[in-house]
Each structure stands twice: as structure tokens, then as C-alpha cells.
Design a protein around this ligand. Structure first.
Ligand SMILES: *Cc1c(COP(=O)(O)O)cnc(C)c1O
Length: 434
């Protein structure tokens, strides 16, 4: 087990101050039964804890750090912007620049609103869809995460397609009952639900590439059916690309799969490591938002000049190099090839998934197409793998239900080192397999 005396002491103190010692649950390492390393700094592909360990980082702050940590151009831009003041609560030129850049990359967005978190983006998009259609129900897919808004923290009950039950205490049954849930990639269940509830359903929200149950890829036909069925019933189709936007492909998962959603939610990368997110889509829907329309949504720090600057610089760096996305994708494939070989050598059955610079490994001998499949993976093997990798200086997400991220800062040497560590970690996983 890795030695983390300073982090352990810090965690003990933090637990008295904050629920679980953290400000977002997954950071507590509860699932892997290990002290979370407290982080002191990060640079490029590496992250350093207060105990003096430096790791190769594949968490990347859960997605935003696509250029790597402390990218010189991004840091410079933030420092310059900070000198001009950190928040005005008034319109700026920067906001229009970021809006125009995002819309040039994702043309299905005809009008956009900047917010501060992915949670806000999805909540607001749903409110807009409800205002636009005058309908109350929404439909989501089991295992997709859209932030912690009340109507989205709903789990599927038993049965293929259901009315939701709250997935968290503090959420009313009334709220949950307006959320319909269907298994991901399940075309017949979706069609059946739409046949019954389509005319009452304001929106269908989906991660077009699902990254919050591990990484689960969509059946292209599934996304196509979402489009045709929502069109048939006048239901708003919302792509939550908070994670996969700019990762599956530069122009979003919607370009990779050739689907035009009515609305899109973005986050993570568009803040370049500072809090920024956005929702946007068809003009007639976005014109329902205040002050133009009657759907209220506001934010003191929305379009914050530092966050917008970091996001703009990040997207500019990405678009300046035409090979940016392919290079990241190739590095990710090379890493997964190495992991595959390590798993085969150790006799560990795994499913390796990739979408651009997003990737994930399931300890599972069967294909993983939805949340139920993901849950059937071997959690003991995962824990052994995770702890061995951490000890060898590889920083992975401490849960089998998370996606990993490649950055532009990861070099061939990082990949080689990560593959070498995987050989040893797979032996540990083999020993722990159920
Ligand atoms: C991270 C994420 C969110 C929530 O974003 P926050 O900024 O954490 O509120 C929403 N949807 C998806 C797909 C995400 O990955």
C-alpha cells in the first residue's frame, strides 16, 4: 500500500470540516478503501501530492484538462485577465468571442447561454425544453449522469423502462415521477416508452457517448432512433456533451455520429479548468430564455471573465493544430493496446473502451452496453488494479464507473511507463478476481 502520512492526517482533519472530507463525493476514495492523496500541484501530464509523490494523471480534473495541467498559454491568459478584474456582472467582448467559437465548432447551437457548471447547464436546458413545449415529463437513460439537479437524480426501478424513483434522499416523489428512465442503448424499450409517453414528454436527455458508468459507447442506430422518435412526438432532444464534447471529436459526439440534437449542454473543457459551462441549441427554443422569453435562468458569475478566458484559450490551442484530436486519439489507442496485452498475459478478462481521448477498462468477460452490464464487472479486480497502479505512480479514477482522460501533455514515455505498470497491476487484479 502506498504511504500517505501527510494526506492521511489532512484527510482526518478535513473530515471534521466537510462531509466525507471532500467537496465532491468521488474524491473521498470510499470505494477503493484508501486515503485520497491530497494534491499540492500539477504540471503537464503529472500531478503531485503533499506526501511528495508525483503521478502520471489520467483523471485530468475529470475531463477539463485536455491540454494538460498549467498549460503556459492558458496560465498566461488567466493572469492577464485577472489583472483587469475578476468579475463585473456585466457584458464583455470575451463572452461573445467564446459563444461564437463554440457555435462555429458545434453548428447545431444557434444561440447559447453561459453558466458555471454542467449541472446548471442540464437543469436549465430541461427548463427551457419544458417552457418551449409546455410539457412536464422528461426522459433519461439509466447510468447517464447529468449533474445533480433534482429531476435528474432519479434511478430506474425494476423492469426495462420505468417511472423514476429518487436516487438521493431530499428529492420529492413528485419530482421523480416526472422523470422517465429507460436502459441505455435499448431501442425497443425507448420506442415503447415514447409510444406511451411521447406526447407528454418535453425532452429526452442523453449522453451521446456515456462517460459516467465507465465509458459506454452508443449503438449508432440507438442515437438515430432518439432523433427520429423525438421528431415524431415534438420532444426536444438534448445531447449532454459536458464530457464528450470536444473529446469524442472536435465537433462533438453529434458530428461523429451525424445527429443534430435540438439542444446541447457543454462544460468541463469550455472552462479550461475554471468553472464554465453552457447550454444552447435551436433559436426558437433559446428565445424562450429570459430576458427574451419567460423561462427564467440567471447567474452572478455566469460568463465570468477568468473562466471564459481559460476556456477560450483552451479551445484556441485545440483548434490551432488540425491534428490535435487525432494525436490524442492515437496516444489513447497505444495505451489501450498495452493494457490489452497486459490483461491477456495475466489471464484477466477485460473490456477496453475508447472514444477519442476518453477511455476506460471494465473487468468483465462480456460486452458492456449499459449500466446493468457495467455493474456486473468485478469490483475486487478493479480495486487491486487501482491500488497497484497508484503505488506505481499512475493516477486513475478511484471508481470503475468513471472514464479516464488523455491530454496533449502525455508523452510516449508516460504511455510506456503506464503500460509497464499495467503488467504488474494486472497480476494483482488476477489474484483478486472473483
Ligand atoms: C460532469 C458532467 C456533468 C455535471 O457537470 P458539473 O460541472 O460537475 O456540474 C453533467 N453531465 C455530464 C455528462 C458530465 O460528465
Amino acid at each position: 500500500m502506498i504511504s500517505l502520512p501527510l494526506s492521511s492526517a489532512a484527510f482526518k482533519k478535513a473530515r471534521e470540516l466537510m462531509p466525507g472530507g471532500v467537496n465532491s463525493p468521488v474524491r473521498s476514495y470510499a470505494r477503493v478503501e484508501c486515503t485520497p492523496p491530497f494534491i499540492a500541484s500539477a504540471k503537464g501530464s503529472h500531478i503531485t501530492d503533499i506526501d511528495g509523490h508525483t503521478y502520471i494523471d489520467y483523471v485530468g480534473s475529470w475531463g477539463p484538462m485536455i491540454l494538460g495541467h498549467a498549460h503556459p498559454a492558458v496560465i498566461h491568459a488567466i493572469q492577464e485577465a485577472a489583472g483587469r478584474g475578476t468579475s463585473y456582472g456585466a457584458p464583455t467582448l470575451l463572452e461573445s468571442e467564446l459563444a461564437a467559437l463554440i457555435m462555429s465548432l458545434i453548428p447545431s447551437i444557434e444561440k447559447i447561454r453561459l453558466v458555471s457548471s454542467g449541472t446548471e447547464a442540464t437543469m436549465s436546458a430541461l427548463r427551457a425544453a419544458r417552457g418551449f413545449t409546455g410539457r412536464e415529463k422528461i426522459l433519461k437513460f439509466a447510468g447517464c449522469y447529468h449533474g445533480h439537479g433534482d429531476s435528474l437524480l432519479v434511478k430506474a426501478g425494476s423492469g426495462a423502462a420505468t417511472f423514476g424513483e429518487p436516487d438521493s434522499s431530499g428529492i420529492t416523489k413528485g419530482t421523480a415521477k416526472d422523470t422517465l428512465t429507460v436502459p441505455y442503448n435499448d431501442i425497443p424499450a425507448f420506442r415503447a416508452m415514447m409510444e406511451k409517453e411521447g406526447p407528454e414528454t418535453a425532452a429526452v436527455i442523453v449522453e451521446p457517448v456515456a462517460g459516467n458508468m465507465g465509458l459506454v459507447l452508443p449503438d449508432p442506430a440507438f442515437l438515430q432512433v432518439l432523433r427520429t422518435e423525438t421528431e415524431k412526438y415534438g420532444t426536444v432532444l438534448i445531447f449532454d456533451e459536458v464530457m464528450c464534447g470536444f473529446r469524442t471529436a472536435l465537433h462533438g459526439a453529434q458530428s461523429a455520429y451525424g445527429i443534430h440534437p435540438d439542444m446541447t449542454c457543454l462544460g468541463k473543457i469550455i472552462g479550461g479548468g475554471l468553472p464554465a459551462a453552457a447550454y444552447g441549441g435551436k433559436k426558437e427554443i433559446m428565445n424562450c430564455i429570459a430576458p427574451e422569453g419567460s423561462v427564467y435562468q440567471a447567474g452572478t458569475l455566469s460568463g465570468n471573465p477568468l473562466a471564459v478566458t481559460a476556456g477560450l484559450e483552451t479551445l484556441r490551442q485545440m483548434t490551432a493544430d488540425p491534428g490535435f484530436t487525432d494525436k490524442l486519439s492515437d496516444k489513447t489507442s497505444a495505451l489501450l493496446d498495452g493494457w490489452k496485452e497486459a490483461a491477456q498475459k495475466a489471464g484477466v478478462p477485460v473490456q477496453l473502451h475508447q472514444s477519442g481521448s476518453m477511455f476506460c477498462l471494465f473487468f468483465n468477460s462480456r460486452p458492456v452496453c449499459n449500466y446493468e452490464d457495467a455493474c456486473a464487472s468485478d469490483s475486487h479486480a478493479f480495486n487491486a488494479w487501482f491500488l497497484s497502479m497508484l503505488e506505481q505512480g499512475i493516477y486513475l479514477a478511484p471508481s470503475p464507473f468513471e472514464t479516464l482522460f488523455m491530454s496533449a501533455a502525455h508523452c510516449d514515455k508516460d504511455i510506456e511507463q503506464t503500460v509497464a505498470a499495467a503488467h504488474k497491476a494486472m497480476e494483482s487484479a488476477a489474484g483478486a478476481m472473483q
